[in-house]
Write a protein that binds this ligand. Structure first.
Ligand code: AHR
Length: 650
């Protein structure tokens, strides 16, 4: 369906005054805007970590999926592998004398003749680029064959890169070599061939790009981190979302199991793998190669404050709702205390030492922790109280984020809020997955919130074009523009709203469970959606102090303004959700323009427009300049656009 305007029922043009006036009163600056204002929400959903941000190319590298041979198969004559690797042999999965207790399964390979081969399918194939380097590594144990050969094969079975591991002995050791690929292939496969007859044991079989973000050996996928860095996010929330809670407590997120040597991080099922019948992904597990150290490192790399969310002793209330007994909560609280030490403690403290041994002796400057994800009800409040008492007693410097449940209103929401107000909670995490119209109607949501009560974290939100968790939701300009209108109200109320993040962040185009998402990718490409573009334009155009602007939200025009003390600019964001171009007069009060304005316009009159892997820039910012001869100028606002004016002032 194509839309002409978000206000189709209104004969908008007839309602508009001949010329709209936007007034920005810099003589009366309002509240400070926290540097954390607009950030990002990361969750390992939609292959966001394994298969996405964490660029390991081998799926089930440690043979720890429920089916230990998932993604692995013996080469067959019918496979497009050019007749190589077809000698007889056998694969079996063993558990005796494993690599370590957290990694109990390994692959025992027996070649009856040289040339026996087997292949890994990758995450919906393996994406490689011509001329790039990939580190092939594995733990090997054998008293037989002395080398192992590997090949990256294109979709027709031609070798486009090879490497050899040699020098094995009878104990588990890690071996590596670098393979350079000769062609670009989004759906490559990775085959391992036995060079000699005999048996060997294999574990942690890895093919990892050498060129990661900041060249880290266990680093992150560059193009995806670049998209995140381009947003200049104020914070990064991790690792979710419902993944924090688990469907049962047994598969909740436990940060301590995600740090240290990657071979010792125990793989578990990803809770999203068969959550939705419409998008089953039974091959979705968590290797934790991207674990808490890597999250903190990412936060530091992109200049975002780290915001970990921890399980509070409750599994997802949409699933089992399993709840730890009150006398078991100390274990969960200890995890939180230890996390603070891991992030901030001296390098010779027990957990600070783990951080230092991983390569970061300086602290990560953790200032906030979420207690539970999207919890509600009395059981949550009882558990929160125990967390709060223990954490505030030993770490009053850490702000606690608490939940407001899954909905932006209703009985659960109200009960939680009255408790948070009565108990002086620090920051309350509100979630809204609502229709575009809700976002348009709620830009004033925080105008009347209690200024002296708890602060707000708009921790998860996204306009749903079809309905929550429906696979037909789209990331189009209609959803993004509605979010933009709403975000003017978040920024304007910066004294109440400390942080906000769109959710979810990432989705693999062939392996997603939840839509809409900010960024989509396949094995080689990625793009920011229309909604991402809105997040980015707000996050990169937020000043240090709100200044009043009018109209706030009137006749399809939403505005917010701020002063930036760092750059001495006045920043006006105007969101025009009408399908008509508008002739607007801008009046600046209390400041004088000191040069021409930088104008960034984002949008299209076509509300159904979407960005895509093939057309990533259908909706992208366009930059121009506007002469500012005086404090009153005419500014054009195109139909259905977000326009940011950055005016140097004195
Ligand atoms: O963002 C997807 C899910 O929506 C999150 O995991 C959860 O917190 C919310 O219900």
């Amino acid at each position: 369906m194509r839309h002409k305007s978000l206000l189709p029922l209104l004969a908008l043009a007839s309602l508009l005054p001949a010329q709209t006036v936007i007034t920005v009163d810099a003589a009366h600056p309002g509240p400070a805007i926290a540097p954390t204002m607009f950030g990002i929400f990361f969750e390992d959903i939609n292959f966001g970590a394994d298969g996405g941000l964490y660029p390991e190319l081998i799926k089930n590298r440690s043979f720890e999926f429920d089916d230990p041979l998932a993604a692995w198969k013996v080469n067959l004559p019918s496979d497009p592998v050019k007749g190589i690797g077809l000698s007889p042999g056998e694969l079996d999965v063993r558990t005796d004398a494993p690599l370590n207790a957290n990694n109990p399964h390994y692959l025992h390979v027996t070649a009856l003749n040289p040339g026996y081969g087997f292949t890994n399918a990758g995450f919906r194939g393996i994406g490689v680029t011509a001329g790039a380097e990939y580190r092939f590594s594995a733990y090997v144990r054998t008293q037989g064959p002395s080398s192992l050969h590997a090949a990256i094969l294109d979709s027709k079975g031609h070798e486009i890169g090879t490497g050899t591991l040699t020098g094995f002995d009878g104990t588990w050791k890690r071996y590596e070599t670098v393979i350079r690929t000769s062609a670009t292939e989004p759906k490559a496969q990775f085959s391992i061939f036995m060079d000699q007859k005999g048996s060997l044991d294999l574990d942690m079989v890895s093919l990892f790009p050498v060129d990661t973000w900041n060249h880290r050996p266990n680093g992150l996928r560059k193009d995806l981190v670049q998209l995140l860095a381009d947003m200049h996010p104020g914070f990064i929330r991790f690792p979710g979302g419902c993944i924090v809670e688990g469907r049962r407590l047994a598969n909740r997120y436990q940060w301590k199991k995600t740090v240290g040597d990657i071979s010792e991080r125990k793989t578990i099922m990803n809770r999203w793998n068969d959550e939705f019948d419409h998008r089953p992904t039974p091959d979705y597990f968590q290797s934790f190669g991207l674990g808490f150290y890597e999250y903190f490192q990412l936060a530091e790399d992109i200049g975002a404050a780290p915001l970990p969310i921890l399980n509070c002793g409750m599994a997802c209330q949409f699933n089992s709702s399993e709840t730890a007994k009150l006398d078991e909560i100390h274990e969960y609280i200890q995890d939180a205390l230890d996390l603070i030490e891991f992030a901030n403690g001296p390098a010779d403290s027990p957990w600070g030492k783990v951080r230092a041994q991983m390569g970061h002796s300086a602290p990560f400057h953790l200032t906030m922790i979420g207690v539970g994800n999207e919890q509600w009800g009395p059981r949550y409040l009882e558990r929160y109280k125990l967390f709060n008492d223990a954490l505030k007693a030993s770490h009053p410097e850490i702000q606690l984020i608490v939940a407001a449940g899954p909905s932006p209103s209703g009985t659960q929401f109200d009960e939680l809020w009255s408790y948070w107000r009565a108990h002086h909670a620090d920051i309350v995490d509100e979630h809204y997955y609502m229709a575009p119209q809700w976002f348009l109607s709620n830009s004033n949501r925080y105008d009347n919130y209690d200024r002296s009560g708890p602060k707000v974290f708009a921790g998860e939100y996204a306009a749903q074009s079809a309905g929550v968790a429906l696979p037909t939701n789209r990331n189009n300009w209609q959803t993004a523009l509605a979010e933009a209108a709403f975000m003017t109200g978040l920024e304007r109320n910066a004294d109440v709203v400390r942080m906000a993040s769109y959710a979810p962040l990432l989705a693999h185009a062939e392996a997603w469970q939840w839509t809409p998402d900010a960024i989509w990718f396949d094995n080689l490409r990625s793009f920011g959606t229309t909604d991402y573009q809105v997040q980015k334009i707000f996050a990169t155009n937020t000043g240090t102090r709100v200044v009043p602007s009018t109209p706030r939200a009137e006749n399809g025009l939403y505005t917010v303004a701020s002063l930036d003390d760092r750059t001495h600019e006045l920043i006006l964001t105007a969101v025009n959700v009408s399908g008509d171009a508008r002739s607007v007069q801008l009046q600046l009060i209390g400041v004088t323009p000191a040069g021409s304005a930088r104008v960034t316009t984002l949008g299209t009159s076509d509300l159904s427009a979407e960005n895509s892997l093939e057309h990533p820039d259908t909706v992208a910012p366009v930059v121009s300049t506007l002469e500012m001869p005086s404090a009153t100028v005419a500014i054009p606002l195109k139909p259905n656009t977000v326009t940011v004016f950055r005016v140097p002032v004195h």
